[in-house]
Design a protein around this ligand. Structure first.
Ligand code: ATP
Ligand code: MG
Length: 414
């Protein structure tokens, strides 16, 4: 006998309460993105490999070792999206979304990275994503951070999550900081992890984001960006922090915060928690003014963030009862046909109800109790003849007769 198929490592089959939590997160995101005037988009799950390789950066973890790339039957190199931003920027150019600039965009869905699976880290995971394209004002940074903060607040986890903020400055700042970092790390090269030594020449900023413990003391003593900020870059950052203060959003400065993608300029931020073990970042993003230009488009300032739906789902309290309002309990065959019609009418009236496919009265009452429904609607022949059914409150045990055409009212009214 052949073994039945197994789930692919790093993927998830999300069931029941976990799926309810997932939906709670998505529903909150949908609410909040409307409050902030973000338009919904749906994006392809795969793109030409170049869309990601160039924009995210060839030397980043994502591009160098995490992408799911494959050749399709036509011989083109395609990649399952590891994140949303690059594809959205591609669409901004190829689909003429420039006409809507400055455009606020929101989406969510699966993303794929070949990583070592662990709690809060999967190979197919799911992101919420928000972007503002075509706005270079600090007010855009403030708005998109405020939107993220409000989402966390609405999910009831705002207090457990800290906003860490940094600026990477303008290109002049970044270049000067980069040179200083190379000098610092080169002098301590022999104590760096192998991975960080490899990053030294190609992408020294990435060392700041190292997950290797042995690098941490060297990172902690490295030069901070503040010493290299040009007056313009400092002014920009000052206006972002002033805006956050005005919006009542708490933040902490982390002058060594960088992001795992190369395209960031100016503002970079992460909402982090201590409640998820090593997987501390739940929502992260920043400004990426150079990205669209690097794709061959016009200079286009933009800012955005992405959040891990699974990580948010793990943090929220149990979603509110998503159970049934009522369960139908027919007594006998004639009543069963009537109950089918009653159930259909109740559902059309917006009452969540269900009826077991089989079983005697005792079995069905057990099922009604197990469903979490507030009421059992018991349909017997005598009551049917009078055009009524019995409504039993499963919390108090109280029971009363109700006219069939008033059942929805009775259940809704409590
Ligand atoms: P990390 O440092 O945890 O690897 P990252 O910097 O690679 O995160 P981003 O590229 O900023 O993550 O993605 C945005 C968000 O997506 C993260 O903050 C996290 O919540 C979530 N995320 C990223 N990778 C995964 C994954 N493999 N599984 C689950 N969630 C993920
Ligand atoms: Mg990562």
């Amino acid at each position: 006998m052949s073994k039945s198929p197994q789930r692919i490592r790093g993927t998830q089959d999300i069931f029941g309460e976990d799926a309810d939590r997932f939906q709670t997160v998505v529903a909150a995101f949908e609410r909040v993105r409307r409050l902030y005037g973000f338009r919904r988009v749906e994006m392809p799950v795969f793109e030409a490999t170049q869309v990601f390789a160039r924009s995210i950066g060839e030397t980043t973890d994502i591009v160098s070792k995490e992408m799911y790339s494959f050749e399709d039957r036509g011989g083109d190199s395609l990649t399952l999206r590891p994140e949303f931003t690059a594809g959205i920027c591609r669409a901004y150019l190829s689909e003429g979304w420039q006409q809507y600039a400055a455009v606020k965009i929101a989406t969510h869905g699966p993303a794929f990275r070949y990583e070592r699976p662990q709690k809060g880290r999967y190979r197919q995971f799911h992101q919420l994503d928000a972007e503002i394209i075509g706005a270079g004002e600090p007010a855009a940074d403030v708005e998109i951070i405020a939107m993220g903060a409000q989402l966390l607040g609405e999910l009831g986890i705002g207090e457990r999550i800290e906003l860490k903020l940094n600026t990477l400055g303008d290109p002049a700042t970044r270049d000067a900081w980069r040179d200083a970092l190379v000098e610092h790390f080169r002098a301590r090269q022999k104590d760096l992890s192998e991975e960080s030594r490899a990053r030294l020449e190609k992408n020294p900023l990435r060392i700041l984001d190292s997950k290797e413990h042995q690098d941490w003391p060297i990172v902690d003593s490295s030069p901070v960006v503040d010493d290299f900020l040009t007056p313009d870059a400092a002014d920009y950052f000052g206006r972002v922090t002033a805006g956050l203060d005005a919006a009542g959003i708490k933040w902490t400065r982390d002058p060594r915060l960088v992001r795992g993608l190369d395209y960031y300029r100016h503002t970079a931020f992460e909402f982090v928690t201590e409640d998820l073990g090593a997987q501390s970042a739940v929502l992260a993003g920043g400004r990426y003014d150079g990205l669209i230009e690097s794709m061959g488009g016009p200079h286009t300032p933009a800012v955005g963030w992405a959040a891990g739906i699974e990580r948010l789902s793990m943090l929220i309290e149990q979603p509110g009862a998503t159970g049934m309002d009522a369960a139908l309990v027919p007594l006998g065959e004639a009543a069963e046909a009537a109950a089918v019609r009653i159930a259909a009418d109740l559902r059309r009236a917006g009452i969540a109800c269900e009826m077991a496919y089989r079983g005697n009265m005792k079995r069905r009452m057990q099922k009604a109790n197990a469903s979490g429904a507030r009421y059992a609607i018991i349909v017997g022949d005598d009551e049917l003849a009078r055009g009524e059914a019995a409504v039993k409150d499963l919390q108090t045990g109280e029971q009363r007769s109700v006219a069939i055409d008033r059942l929805a009212e009775a259940v809704r009214g409590g």
